[in-house]
Design a protein around this ligand. Structure first.
Ligand SMILES: *[C@@H]1O[C@H](CO)[C@@H](O)[C@H](O)[C@H]1NC(C)=O
Ligand SMILES: *[C@@H]1O[C@H](CO)[C@@H](O)[C@H](O)[C@H]1NC(C)=O
Ligand SMILES: *[C@@H]1O[C@H](CO)[C@@H](O)[C@H](O)[C@H]1NC(C)=O
Ligand SMILES: *[C@@H]1O[C@H](CO)[C@@H](O)[C@H](O)[C@H]1NC(C)=O
Ligand SMILES: *[C@@H]1O[C@H](CO)[C@@H](O)[C@H](O)[C@H]1NC(C)=O
Ligand SMILES: *[C@@H]1O[C@H](CO)[C@@H](O)[C@H](O)[C@H]1NC(C)=O
Ligand SMILES: *[C@@H]1O[C@H](CO)[C@@H](O)[C@H](O)[C@H]1NC(C)=O
Ligand SMILES: *[C@@H]1O[C@H](CO)[C@@H](O)[C@H](O)[C@H]1NC(C)=O
Ligand SMILES: *[C@@H]1O[C@H](CO)[C@@H](O)[C@H](O)[C@H]1NC(C)=O
Ligand SMILES: *[C@@H]1O[C@H](CO)[C@@H](O)[C@H](O)[C@H]1NC(C)=O
Length: 545
């Protein structure tokens, strides 16, 4: 076990009294049942019982979707009404039947993205990792099969169970072909969500099939993940509404299904507690958002895009208090609502691992505080990223210093890597946000009471800082030309930059460019003065008005 880092954390564990346990337990039951029901009601509308697949959630001319089908199948077993179990078995048979069976191909043991797709690897349908095939689907579908086999074996005929084990065996072999940096793959232990799933599936299948090599491989990979985590008790893929959710799901499998003889069984629960502790410290219940920085986010306001973490919060504090819209399927990135059955099935166990202090911070914002931590994603990070966040009741500022070999974070995606973020409460109850667009290899940050300072240590006179700023609330200004037009926040700017700035708009139907993660925004860009000397640096002093 890890040494406990701070005394308050140890104290909060002891503070977990019997009443707290009972209270949490009862609510988890009803909240998670409600999540299962709402998500299944929604997916029922997409189910194609002729084909035993879910139609694509994207309305792509009546094609189907493999991964959502499997998540739905897990939900069918959990619900188990009428012919639910029978339909789940039909889906599983379809998906395993179409699993890639040629051992010498890189995508061996993987699952189709959709059943209508051409054969991956033909002349007309070239293999393209993360496009025509997605290596992470082995983990997503494999872990779902394990949950089905662990939780509902009584509903799955013996021959189908064996078929699923064969499928899991192949998917584990195929997953072992993945080596970060080889064949365009990026699976390093620091790529937290799929790496945690990989270690688990390998360890679980190895034990189930008596394949000691597979068991050993799972343990060895788990050790690398754990060593990286223990450096500062953080996930490498730090603080992401979507992927912290996946990592917590996968760590729950470590904790729940792995024996004490496994490193995963030993460390899973502890890693969940630490991960929730840091998420709880960064959460602002008034804004219903986890403060930045976000390593990989699919939106800028958790109230408006659907994050997997919000589904876990739903099972902890109920839908009303979670960052989820009344109609979750209308939010940005809504297709992830399809993972709800897995979150619901595991909630009764997972939720016992959420520290009481975290649970209480999901209900109410405690008091103004600062969070200091770090995360490390080798080989992309040259040094660990240093994270600082300042949280007050109506304003949060969070940023990370980094020095990397790539632009846009380890996922090389500037749209999802948000290294410096400000969020604030607006009078109408909505949330204002701004995020520094990630355009550089290295960033230094300074964050504190009411300010954010960012600088480019490797920058020069042609550097730019672009702050993407969310649009106004329903009754607010439609046009923004200066900081004075930004709703609910007063901003003073200083630094080595040219203080004349440009404002442009990226909208759904036009403007200078396209929306990012479904969000429209105003782009405030600062350049350097003519012949500007010194390190490019800009400081924002902000105040909620
Ligand atoms: C929790 O459930 C138990 C057993 O079902 C019941 O006795 C108890 O009163 C419930 N407690 C709360 C706080 O709802
Ligand atoms: C499997 O793929 C290899 C490499 O493309 C190919 O040579 C072989 O014929 C394939 N095997 C089958 C059974 O299709
Ligand atoms: C597993 O892979 C083998 C080839 O190694 C193949 O013959 C078999 O059909 C595969 N099983 C499934 C369920 O895809
Ligand atoms: C694995 O080994 C155990 C203990 O020897 C045995 O009971 C079980 O049948 C074996 N399972 C398989 C799939 O070989
Ligand atoms: C495990 O690996 C060793 C060494 O590569 C090999 O000799 C052995 O056959 C493997 N065992 C299994 C069950 O695959
Ligand atoms: C966080 O780090 C900053 C800068 O290193 C330091 O000034 C501050 O006191 C630290 N805060 C906490 C709560 O540790
Ligand atoms: C983060 O802080 C550590 C310890 O002070 C330092 O070694 C490291 O270089 C810092 N990382 C960055 C990216 O500045
Ligand atoms: C600034 O740095 C960029 C990226 O390293 C480089 O392409 C550019 O030429 C530099 N500009 C000046 C004026 O030095
Ligand atoms: C923001 O505007 C600047 C200056 O026009 C531009 O270089 C940058 O690409 C824009 N950023 C985004 C995300 O559109
Ligand atoms: C901005 O500057 C003005 C004038 O110096 C000052 O009155 C105001 O308090 C400052 N606001 C912030 C948010 O720093």
């Amino acid at each position: 076990m890890f040494a406990l880092k701070t005394t308050w954390f140890a104290l909060s564990l002891f503070a977990q009294n019997a009443f707290g346990e009972i209270y949490r337990h009862n609510h988890t039951q009803s909240y998670s049942a409600n999540l299962l029901q709402e998500s299944m009601d929604w997916m029922d509308m997409y189910y194609d019982s002729d084909r035993a697949y879910l139609f694509s959630l994207d309305a792509t001319a009546l094609t189907h979707d493999t991964r959502a089908s499997v998540w739905y199948a897990a939900g069918l077993l959990a619900r188990n009404e009428n012919d639910d179990a029978e339909q789940a078995v039909r889906i599983v048979r379809n998906v395993v039947g179409a699993q890639f069976k040629n051992e010498s191909l890189q995508w061996f043991g993987n699952y189709q993205i959709y059943p209508e797709e051409p054969t991956v690897g033909t002349k007309q349908y070239q293999p393209s990792i993360y496009n025509t095939w997605d290596p992470n689907w082995r983990g997503f579908i494999g872990t779902t099969f394990v949950v089905m086999l662990e939780e509902f074996p009584h509903l799955i005929p013996e021959d189908i169970q064996e078929y699923m084990i064969e499928s899991l065996f192949n998917t584990t072999i195929g997953d072992s072909y993945r080596v970060g940096g080889v064949d365009d793959d990026n699976l390093y232990p620091a790529y937290s969500n799929p790496s945690i799933m990989r270690a688990f599936v390998s360890g679980w299948v190895g034990r189930r099939t008596n394949d000691s090599n597979m068991t050993t491989a799972g343990e060895a990979y788990a050790k690398e993940i754990i060593d990286l985590f223990k450096r500062d008790n953080t996930l490498s893929e730090f603080n992401s509404g979507t992927y912290a959710g996946v990592s917590l799901f996968a760590l729950t499998l470590w904790a729940k299904y792995m024996p004490e003889t496994s490193l995963m069984g030993q460390y899973g629960a502890e890693m969940i507690r630490y991960t929730w502790t840091s998420l709880g410290e960064l959460y602002n219940a008034n804004l219903r958002n986890v403060a930045g920085p976000w390593d990989r986010a699919y939106g800028f306001d958790m109230n408006r895009y659907l994050s997997i973490l919000a589904l876990q919060m739903w099972t902890l504090v109920g839908k009303e208090k979670a960052p989820v819209n009344a109609k979750p399927y209308l939010m940005g990135h809504k297709n992830d609502f399809a993972i709800s059955p897995l979150i619901s099935i595991l909630a009764p166990y997972h939720n016992t691992l959420v520290p009481p202090t975290t649970l209480s911070s999901l209900h109410a914002f405690p008091e103004t505080h600062t969070v200091n931590t770090s995360a490390f994603s080798p080989p992309y990070d040259i040094y660990p990223r240093n994270i600082t966040a300042w949280l007050s009741p109506d304003l949060t500022i969070g940023a990370e210093s980094f020095s990397e070999t790539v632009v846009g974070g380890p996922a090389k995606n500037p749209s999802s890597f948000n290294p410096a973020v400000i969020q604030w409460a607006r009078k109408d109850g909505s949330v204002g946000w701004m995020s520094l667009y990630a355009q550089v290899y290295a960033l230094d940050v300074d964050v504190g009471d009411g300010y954010l300072e960012v600088s480019y240590p490797q920058g020069n006179s042609s550097s730019h800082f672009s702050f993407l700023v969310g649009t106004s609330g329903w009754g607010g200004k439609r046009d923004v030309a200066s900081w004075a037009d930004v709703e609910g926040l007063r901003v003073n700017v200083s630094g080595t930059v040219d203080l004349e700035y440009e404002v442009s708009f990226n909208g759904l139907r036009g403007g200078k460019g396209k929306v990012v993660n479904d969000f429209e925004f105003w782009n405030f860009t600062y350049g350097m003065p003519e012949g500007g000397m010194g390190v490019p640096r800009v400081r924002l002093e902000v105040e909620v008005v």
